[in-house]
Design a protein around this ligand. Structure first.
Ligand code: SF4
Length: 243
């Protein structure tokens, strides 16, 4: 397997007084992925490149994250408290999830996922972030045990949400409709790192002349399951229509 080096400069571990330079990191992602993620191909190719990107970012998280902060991350299997938010994804992320669903689930389970996505899309399609939070409708990929069924290929912005205090997180989300902006204790390094990866990928797609507009997770994965030819549309550099 190719080992990618995104790199990170400066890192909190090397120099505690320096903040994580997310702009530089996003620029490095953009440079590394301009040719790699953005060279078209089929769903398997695109998923393979996205896998390299997430593995490299996870490796940087372990390499550069402050150990005391990393051990404080409270997110874990069975929580899912924050999985009631609108999630934005870039098309290669959605193609990776689509590819994973096809590989891992049988036709019966896929049909159930399609139905859940369809139902959620109808309920949330026009809701802004605040309205979606108020609705408290869970993500279509959260199962009854509170597990994310696409955990291995979950979106970059889901990876960026990293509470360091689960009760504070649950309470803040529950109170959000009343308080407006919930205040949640987070591992800021992890948040900034994955947001930088997302931004770098978006810019790399734009450089390559590919569709780089963020889409709602629910709508775009449903669109791919219904119309897999969207992968070819994206790879050809055309605009992907998601209704
Ligand atoms: S994709 Fe997974 S982690 Fe992200 S909101 Fe949905 S269930 Fe939660």
């Amino acid at each position: 397997m190719i080992r990618l080096n995104i790199g990170c400069n400066p890192s909190p571990r090397d120099n505690m007084s320096e903040p994580f330079d997310s702009t530089t990191y996003a620029r490095q992602v953009r440079r590394v992925f301009r040719s790699l993620v953005c060279s078209g191909g089929n769903a398997a190719d695109i998923s393979g490149r996205m896998h390299l990107l997430t593995v490299a970012a996870e490796r940087d998280l372990l390499r550069f994250g402050v150990p005391s902060e990393m051990t404080r991350v409270a997110c874990g299997p069975g929580c899912g408290a924050c999985c009631v938010l609108n999630v934005s994804v870039l098309i290669p992320e959605a193609i990776t999830i689509f590819w994973y669903l096809q590989k891992v689930f049988g036709e019966e389970q896929l049909e159930k996922i399609r139905a859940r996505l369809h139902e959620l899309r109808i309920k949330t399609r026009w809701l802004d972030d605040e309205e979606r939070l108020f609705l408290r409708e869970p993500c279509a990929f959260l199962d009854q045990k509170g597990l994310c069924v696409i955990h291995k290929v979950r979106p970059l912005l889901c990876r960026a949400i990293t509470s360091t205090n689960s009760s504070n997180c649950r309470e803040a989300i529950a109170m959000a409709p009343l308080n407006g902006q919930p205040s949640i204790e987070m591992n800021l390094f992890q948040k900034n790192l994955f947001e930088a990866v997302y931004q770098g990928l978006k810019e790399a797609l734009e450089d390559a002349g590919l569709d780089h507009r963020p889409r709602r997770l629910t709508s775009v994965v449903l669109a791919l399951l219904v119309e897999p030819d969207i992968v070819g549309t994206f790879a050809a550099g055309e605009q992907v229509q998601v209704h």
